[in-house]
Ligand binder design. Structure first.
Ligand code: NAG
Ligand code: NAG
Ligand code: NAG
Ligand code: NAG
Ligand code: NAG
Ligand code: NAG
Ligand code: NAG
Ligand code: NAG
Ligand code: NAG
Ligand code: NAG
Ligand code: CA
Length: 584
């Protein structure tokens, strides 16, 4: 049977494949026999000698924010490399294929974070557990652990455009093309429908949109979390609090901003109708909370050594002395300025900031033990973006922000936007082809995200509505968009995760399952299931409202409605009048 599988084709072989065991199919020879022809994969050339296949039995995963724990699953681990015509560096794929009896004709592509195009293999169990073959790409950067920034500049200081476009969108397109065709052959699926999906968050969210915006037929559905898109603005924005600090000449001790964030949560918790330590309505918080009310509050934090994750696989240790003081007028003013978002020196809006209740991670100062003062700590993602991708220097950081003003930040944003508009900006707002092909999107974003503004997702969603349904009223356009592209804000959640300061907040851990049911079973996700994953309310089931509706609890926090109110909605509407061009 083993040797027969590779050469058989057509509907009758589905039953055969399903009768085969993992040991039968998980061999290098079967994998080689399953290879699609170059014509089937847009001219890409798989190196058949590169193929490895090894069965893994009784694997388990403790789960993640994007899939629940799973015990005892078996899969075939296949790796292969291929060449994109015209490019000499091969690209590597790792694909996990469920045991034949568990396969459900599904493909799942997964993405990365920061400057990484994959999350290692940590996202793959979330596909295998749902009967999907699931894969990652190395982008052609040399190994699965090599990140894009390491290969972006050539030795002579010019841009490596192959790597840039691989990261931007090509490598993911190829992963899906090959993954779908290869798994069809591997399971002898003949002409039967293979449902293709995507799941990713942060940079992985941007990668998701990069495909939806370009390749109408690639996926039937995508779970897209907190996307790092509008890249030109997004990466420079990390530097905004550093510039607020040096412009004001005030470097708040981290404990002061932590206290302000804690007091914001305490003050805004009840505005959503439920006292649970979670700010479910940051829009009402914007309308009703004044940061000045925190002035004079006492704060105290013990000495600590914190490990800051800089990029996905590197981190830096910061030793912070004990802090004890009261929130100052300057501290409150700095927080207000940050929350307002970047404006040019003449007051025009260039970008937006995180929602009130988010922690002030990007604003973190560092202690100078020689001068006994707090000073600016340039945020690595923003610093590297400017040094390497805008100034084309082989550097991981900026050495100084001297002379950098709010206008400089706006100019950097515009430079990145223009230079990378067709590859990293990733905000093309016309998704008509994807919609016409029947594609579905579940887009999620933590409402207290401290790394990618929640409003960034809202603004894109609204741009898509305005571009695709210009003739419809707000209400009808929202309704039409929500038929296939739904945005859910996650109360209290941080960046692609729950928040340590609002542990009672839920997280939608089974979203991929919801998407499958929507795509394959036509169960419409009116609200999105979410579960409290830690703390006093652990295990509690909640449901999330689809934008533009917002949660509001009644009966002392026991019943949640999804409501719309114009005043709250308006806090999410931005006029980016610092630019002459529309910013989608
Ligand atoms: C599967 O792994 C678990 C531990 O993860 C172990 O307890 C169990 O015995 C294993 N089962 C088999 C059949 O190997
Ligand atoms: C999958 O196979 C590749 C190639 O042999 C290997 O490097 C990798 O560690 C394997 N992954 C797992 C999870 O077994
Ligand atoms: C820089 O290096 C790249 C890669 O080796 C090469 O393709 C390119 O022609 C070089 N450009 C210049 C201006 O030397
Ligand atoms: C906060 O207080 C400062 C003075 O410390 C004042 O300039 C500012 O307008 C106040 N902000 C608000 C929103 O009340
Ligand atoms: C912090 O300051 C308060 C007074 O503002 C004082 O009561 C307390 O003992 C101080 N704590 C530490 C750890 O220094
Ligand atoms: C970036 O460089 C600045 C200036 O040298 C330094 O203060 C900061 O700690 C650096 N940040 C990182 C993340 O390395
Ligand atoms: C800042 O600007 C001043 C005045 O133009 C200039 O003399 C100085 O060299 C600049 N410093 C840096 C670090 O660019
Ligand atoms: C903020 O709240 C967290 C608990 O959510 C607590 O651990 C921390 O100490 C608080 N920080 C300050 C400065 O009060
Ligand atoms: C969502 O939650 C409801 C009620 O708890 C449950 O019946 C349903 O199966 C869940 N759906 C998914 C996709 O988890
Ligand atoms: C309202 O809910 C809170 C938190 O669950 C509870 O402590 C309180 O007793 C409730 N109040 C009433 C009137 O039921
Ligand atoms: Ca609440």
């Amino acid at each position: 049977m083993r040797s027969a599988l590779g050469v058989l084709a057509g509907a009758t072989t589905v039953a055969l494949a399903q009768a085969a065991s993992l040991a039968d199919v998980c061999t290098t020879s079967h994998a080689k026999a399953s290879l699609p022809t170059s014509d089937d994969i847009e001219g890409l050339v798989i190196d058949s000698s590169s193929i490895t296949a090894s069965a893994v039995y009784n694997a388990s995963s403790s789960g993640s924010y994007f899939f629940p724990a799973v015990t005892s699953y078996d899969y075939c681990n296949v790796t292969l490399s291929y060449i994109r015509p015209g490019l000499d560096t091969p690209l590597l794929l790792e694909i996990w294929l469920p045991a034949p009896e568990k396969y459900q004709n599904r493909w799942l592509s997964t993405g990365g974070g920061g400057f990484a195009i994959n999350d290692g293999t940590s996202s793959l169990p979330g596909g295998v557990m749902y009967g999907a073959a699931a894969g990652i790409t190395d982008g052609g950067f040399g190994s699965f652990d090599t990140e894009f920034d390491a290969v972006f500049l050539e030795a002579n200081g010019t841009i490596n455009y192959q790597a840039l476009y691989s990261f931007g969108y090509l490598a993911h397109h190829e992963l899906s093309i090959i993954g779908k065709a290869f798994s069809r052959g591997f399971y002898s699926a003949g002409d039967s429908k293979i449902y293709a999906y995507y799941q990713g968050c942060s940079e992985g969210g941007r990668e998701g949109w990069s495909q939806v915006q370009r390749y109408a037929d690639e996926w039937d559905g995508a779970v897209i979390g907190a996307p790092a898109f509008r890249y030109g603005q997004q990466q420079v924005n990390h530097l905004y609090p550093d510039v607020v600090e040096h412009t004001m000449g005030y470097y708040p001790p981290p404990c002061e901003l932590e206290k302000i964030a804690n007091l914001t949560i305490a003050a805004c918790d009840a505005l959503d109708g439920r006292v649970d330590g979670v700010v479910g309505r940051t829009d009402l918080c914007k309308l009703h909370f004044n940061v000045n009310s925190t002035i004079g509050a006492h704060y105290s934090c013990p000495a600590s050594t914190t490990t800051t994750v800089l990029k996905k696989r590197t981190s830096m240790q910061n030793t912070t002395p004990a802090q004890n003081g009261t929130v100052t007028a300057l501290g409150a003013a700095a927080a207000s300025k940050m929350l307002d978002g970047l404006r040019t020196l003449d007051g025009r809006r260039a970008y937006i900031w995180y929602q009130p209740s988010a922690t002030f991670d990007d604003a973190e100062t560092q202690y100078n033990y020689e001068t006994n003062t707090w000073e600016v700590d340039i945020t690595a993602l923003g610093g590297e973006w400017v040094a390497r991708f805008l100034e084309l220097r082989d550097a991981d950081n900026l050495s100084t922000l001297t002379n950098v003003t709010y206008d400089t930040l706006k100019e950097w944003m515009e430079l990145g936007w223009q230079r990378y508009e067709d590859v990293l900006q990733t905000t093309w707002p016309d998704l008509t082809p994807f919609n016409n092909a029947g594609g579905k999107i579940i887009h999620i974003h933590g409402e207290s995200d401290p790394s990618i503004p929640t409003g960034s997702s809202v603004h894109y969603h609204e741009s898509v509505r305005q571009i695709m349904y210009p003739e419809l009223s707000f209400e009808d356009g929202s309704k039409a968009l929500n038929e296939w592209n739904r945005l859910y804000l996650i109360p209290g959640a941080a960046h692609c995760a729950s928040s340590t300061t609002q542990p009672n907040g839920p997280f939608p851990q089974t979203t991929f399952e919801t998407l499958i049911e929507w795509v394959e079973g036509s169960v419409f996700p009116t609200r999105l299931n979410a579960t409290v994953l830690a703390g006093a309310h652990e295990g509690e089931q909640q449901q999330l409202c689809a934008w533009p509706e917002r949660p509001l609890w009644r009966n002392n926090g026991t019943v949640m409605d999804c409501v719309f109110d114009e005043e709250s909605y308006q806090t999410w509407v931005y006029d980016f009048d610092a630019y002459k061009l529309p910013l989608y």
